[in-house]
Each structure stands twice: as C-alpha cells, then as structure tokens.
Design a protein around this ligand. Structure first.
Ligand code: FCB
Length: 444
C-alpha cells in the first residue's frame, strides 16, 4: 500500500487529563474536585473506582515523559487541575500545585516535547460546585481569572492552550444524563451550563489576548458522525439536528457567528437561558484553532415518540470495548465538515483512539485491533488534509490506560498498558506501531 506522508511540522502527540491519570487528588494542599466527590459517592462509577491513585502520574511524570520521548512524541496534551492551583476555585493560591505543573512543563521542554495545555477537563473545584458550579453565571469570571493566572505563570513556556475539553459532555452527560460529575438531571441546567461554558471560554480568550501571550488558543469539541438512516427529509433533518446539538456546531456557531445553530434556535430555544441573546456578541471572538475529538459514528432516524425526536442506531459495524461502532470515514466527514462550515485557521485532532480488552502475554500486549483502528483513522485524517483541512496535529487518546470516568479502570484506551497493581508501564504493540508512524511521518 502506498505511503501517506504528513506535512513537515505535523505534531504527533498523545493526550491525557488530570483526574484520569494523576492520582493524589488532595496532595500538597489541593482542594477536592467534583470528580473526587462524585467518584467517592456510592453507585456512580464502575465498582466504586476513583481517581485516588489512577496512573500515579503525579509522582511518575518523569518516567512517563521518558516514555513519550522513547516513542518520539512531538506533543503532549494534558490538563491542569483547577483545584490544585486554587483549592477553593478562586482566591487563595496553592504554590505547590503551580510547582507540579512547572515541573511537568519543564521536563517536557527538556525532552523537546511541546506542551498542549487543556485549562479545564471536567474537574471543577468542589467549592465552586457548592455555589452553583457551571450553572452559576459568575463562573465565566471565575474561569477567566483562573485561566488568566495560568497564562501568567506558564505562558512564557506554554504556547498552545485549549480552554475547555468537550463542553457538550460536561453540560449534558454531567447535568442532563447525570452519568458524570456533578450528576445532575435537568435539561434546563444543561443548556445553561453549555451557555456559561461559552461565556467562560470567551473570558479566557479575552484574558489570553490582553496578557499578550505569544501563542495560540482554541477549544476542543466532542463529535460523532451522525448520518441520516435514509435519505427521507425527516431523517436528514433528524441527523442535522443531532449534528448541530451534539457536535462542534453548538459551540462553534456562537464562537464564529455569534448565534446558536439554526435548528437549536428552532427546536431547543425553550431550554436556553432567558436573555441569552445579549451574551452572543461577547461570545463571538476569534480563536486560533479548533480541537476535534472523534471516536465513532452512527445513523439517525426521525422518531417523534422519543424525547429528542430522534433515534440513534448502529450500522452493524465492529465495535470497540465501549460499544462504539468503528467508522473511520466519519472522522473524515467531521474534519472536512468543520473546515467547510467554519473555516478555522487551524485544526488539531486532540483525541482519537479506542478501548479494547487488552491482555498481557509474556510481557507484551498484542493489540492489533487498536493498530487497525489507528491506521484507518489516521488515513482518513490524511485524506482530510489532502482535501484542504488545515490539520496541524494528531493526539492519540491515550498515552496510557487510565480512569475512564464512570467506567473506572474497566476500559483501556492506552497505547501503554498500566498494570494497576504494580504501576508498571508496558508499551503495547500499538505504541511501537505509532512510534514508527511518527519516525516516518507517514502511515501505510
Ligand atoms: C473523551 C474524553 C476523554 C476520554 C475519552 C475516551 O470524551 O475527553 O477524557 O474519556 O473520551
């Protein structure tokens, strides 16, 4: 098969998030986050698992960066735990939290790995939840101040910033379906959260510009390829509504165009917070790149009997351990779609990867299915590049197995296997395969 070459400066990386890998959530003066509180609440996670130890990255970050170096990674996307820096979410600063991220950043730079920092990956300080969390309009300022502080402390060395990770998931899985922290089930709250996330994102971008940081700032959005089940007008509309609601348009339409997507205004207006229109001018603000996360695709049927008016179905394709169908072509559609619809200056794939039931055999993990998944998806990313998508980098989810939120440690997404009993790291075959992709700057 022909080799698909990537551009010279293409950033090959891997991604993680603070609560999923660090462990030691309360160490050195950190305050509890909503994920600490949620996972310690009975009945919320797989077998009651928590992020108390996770991959112990808080203590083993040097070893992990060595591992990244051995794979030839050019970039590492990680998130900062808000409550390590501000234990109460605002006010008092915890220098020891700042020190930890200084050590991580310096170690990365020493190894010539570019840090991509996610300012917020779901672990809100619990103290802010007690005053309404993301449903409180004041959070735009709390978040703006927190982000501004990060720019002041790390902006000399960190040049790539992501304001929020997957605001849709945080709003709806956390506040409407109740499966993630803070475990609320209220559709009005969920839309208010999405709206406040946009306002908070905008405050952070404003602070970034006024600090004059020489770098780039963007936002990372969750996506699935939602295609119409048939070409009937109803199914086409149902798929479009699903796309606008749960993919990049819900956030990029306000950011790029200063209004919610057409069908959100048509069908969901009732749920948006009163007077939301007044905020739209402020939300519309240029960003430097868009981060795209993609895992899976499905098909959508109009279904008036269901609450959202749609029925989401599979195509009968093979699935990952998450039960998500493997649909690489959808990755192309999402990447092409975001460029066509909003024409961002740059696009990064900030997450893509798969969970499989990995087994250690004689000290190795032969995860051929993950290799196939990554090869097929990276090929589709290449196709998007050739068709004009301004794709600048690709970050595999994840560097290592970790705490998969409500699924605890039962799902393994890593290219590195973690033996949780010993904290031993074992490079899976997919890690070796990925190292080869990086060194050739090409996929077969
Ligand atoms: C994304 C999250 C990430 C991880 C992957 C599997 O939704 O951003 O933290 O859980 O899914």
């Amino acid at each position: 098969m022909a080799e698909k070459k990537f551009p010279k400066d293409f950033v090959w990386g891997s991604a993680t998030a603070s609560y999923q890998v660090e462990g030691s959530p309360l160490a050195d003066g950190a305050g509890p986050s909503i994920w600490h509180r949620f996972s310690h609440t009975p009945g919320t996670t797989h077998e009651g698992e928590t992020g108390d130890v996770a991959c112990d990255h808080y203590n083993r970050y040097k070893e992990d960066i060595k591992l990244m170096k051995s794979l030839g990674l050019k970039g590492y996307r990680f998130s900062i735990s808000w409550s390590r820096i501000f234990p109460n979410g605002k006010g008092k600063i915890n220098e020891k939290g700042v020190d930890f991220y200084n050590r991580v950043i310096d170690e990365l730079l020493k190894n010539e790995i570019t840090p991509f920092v996610t300012i917020y990956h779901w672990d809100l300080p619990a103290a802010l939840q007690d005053i309404g969390g993301w449903t409180n309009r004041d959070i735009a300022n709390w978040f703006g101040d927190y982000a501004d502080y990060l720019f002041q402390r790390f902006g000399d060395r960190v040049k790539h910033w992501i304001t929020l990770n997957e605001p849709w998931v945080m709003a709806f899985i956390g506040h409407m379906y109740g499966e993630h922290a803070p475990g609320m089930r209220d559709i009005y709250a969920a839309f208010a959260v999405a709206h406040n996330e946009l306002r908070a994102h905008s405050k952070a971008v404003e602070a970034f510009r006024s600090e004059g940081i020489k770098g780039k700032i963007g936002i990372t959005l969750s996506n699935g390829s939602h295609d119409p089940a048939t070409d009937s007008t109803q199914d086409v509309l149902a798929a479009r509504v699903t796309h606008e609601f749960s993919n990049y348009p819900l956030f990029l339409n306000p950011i790029f165009k200063g209004k919610y997507p057409e069908h959100i205004e048509n069908f969901e207006k009732e749920f948006l917070p009163k007077g939301y229109e007044k905020d739209m001018d402020e939300i519309k603000r240029p960003i430097d790149f868009v981060g795209i996360n993609y895992y899976s695709g499905d098909v959508v049927k109009a279904d008036p009997s269901s609450p959202m008016g749609v029925k989401i179905m599979g195509r009968g394709l093979p699935k990952t351990e998450m039960g998500w169908e493997i649909y690489p072509e959808g990755f192309y559609k999402i990447l092409k779609g975001v460029q066509d619809e909003y024409n961002p200056k740059e696009v990064y794939v900030t997450e893509n990867g798969a969970a499989f039931d990995d087994k250690v055999e004689d000290g190795a993990v032969h995860d051929q299915k993950r290799i196939d998944y990554l090869r097929d998806h990276i090929s589709q990313a290449h196709r998007a590049l050739e068709d004009g998508v301004k794709l600048k980098g690709y970050f595999v989810w994840s560097l290592m197995d970790n705490f998969e939120w409500a699924f605890g440690y039962s799902k393994r997404f890593g290219i590195t296997y973690i033996d949780y009993k010993t904290q031993k790291r074992i490079l899976k075959d997919s890690a070796k395969w990925y190292a080869n992709v990086i060194s050739k700057n090409a996929v077969e």
